[in-house]
Write a protein that binds this ligand. Sequence first.
Ligand code: SF4
Length: 195
Amino acid sequence: MEKIVEALRKNGFTVTECADRKAAADYLAGSISGKTVGMGGSMTLGALDVYDRLAADNTVFWHQVTPGDDVCVQADNAQVYITSANAVSEEGYILNIDGRGNRTAGTIMKKERVIVVVGENKLSGPFPQALERARNVAAPLNAKRLNKKTPCAADGKCHDCASPDRLCNVLVVLWGKPSWCEQMEVLLIHEDLGY
Ligand code: SF4
């Protein structure tokens, strides 16, 4: 784990470590105030249960609370964006696969601050293993959760499908902090969270 933290820092990401989801929620609620905040679709963020606390001090856009494409666009254009990741590689690369592209766009649009909330289970080996995790663990579990009619929802493996319900249309690999993002932070939580 220390090797990945070191690699993330070398790539320009700030790394903050929290013991558990409660400490992570406290950190987020305590460090964001008076901002527009976008949140990406994420089981990890759901587990933190932080939306109401953020909404008390900020204007928060999250389609898991208010569904719709408009909310996703507002989230992508917010000052601060919070998301999770499908995997983080040994080299300190952050991977996200997306269907619509809203969550991936949120991480690369111009921002004051992007926070990528990552449970320990997302830490992977070298890049090919991280990509394997994103395609053969995260995407099938998300397809199943969302009741998508994809072959992976049935057997848990990627078939590189051509389904209209395909979730895997966009892959963003953050090799480093995008230069027009003022701060990109990995909030590493020392427990397993999300897919
Ligand atoms: S490409 Fe299709 S089969 Fe593969 S993980 Fe994505 S949705 Fe599932």
